[in-house]
Design a protein around this ligand. Structure first.
Ligand SMILES: [Zn+2]
Length: 197
């Protein structure tokens, strides 16, 4: 597991103390490595012909991987809420579903915890594939806003877990965490189905 700020190894997926500022994500927990079969699974989950019957298996994989992360399990002793990384509206319409939403909902059921759709994607970002770390950061900057009704649900819960399918440079999770922290959330973490190169 790596620190998503400097991309170096980080114990338990925690952001290094020297890498953090006030609005930095606290840590990221990827469940699997994005290669081989996992890569194929994620691909068919996201792209045509949209094999949505894979949903349950992917949720199972995410769950099985994540409960083996000691740091994550200890955080789950406290109240928590899952927040999916939203898709841009036009993209959501085209795909018909948000894969991060499916994963968040699946985890929420497993842990008997709530999901809060409190982020909105206001910028149509380009696909991050092939971008350098700096380009990814520029591309995603300003992509999210917190919905007006940042629900009491989120405010009342000690830990917010952002959920996404694949984490690469971590730019997306970091940007979403920044927006939530600026809105007053103190502890924000990221969960991803897989960690890619
Ligand atoms: Zn670091």
């Amino acid at each position: 597991m790596v620190c998503t700020v400097c991309q170096r190894q980080a114990i338990g997926g925690l952001t290094h103390p020297v890498c953090r500022t006030r609005y930095t994500i606290d840590g990221v927990f990827p469940s699997l490595v994005y290669k081989g079969t996992v890569k194929k699974l994620v691909y068919v989950f996201k792209y045509p012909p949209y094999l949505t019957d894979m949903r349950q298996q992917l949720v199972d994989l995410l769950y099985e991987g994540i409960i083996q992360k000691e740091q994550f399990v200890s955080l789950m002793q406290e109240p928590a809420v899952f927040v999916p990384i939203p898709l841009y509206q036009a993209k959501l319409r085209k795909r018909g579903y948000n894969q991060a939403q499916i994963l968040a909902a699946g985890l929420a059921r497993r842990f008997d915890l709530p999901v809060a759709n409190c982020l909105k994607r206001v910028k149509q970002t380009k696909t991050q594939v092939g971008f350098s770390k700096e380009e990814r950061q520029r591309n995603i900057a300003g992509a999210f806003v917190v919905k007006d009704d940042l629900s009491e649900l989120v405010k009342a819960n000690a830990h917010v877990f952002l959920v996404d399918d694949v984490v690469t440079s971590g730019a997306t999770l970091r940007e979403a965490a920044r927006v939530l922290k600026r809105a007053g959330i103190v502890k924000v973490w990221g969960i991803a189905l897989a960690h890619g190169e």
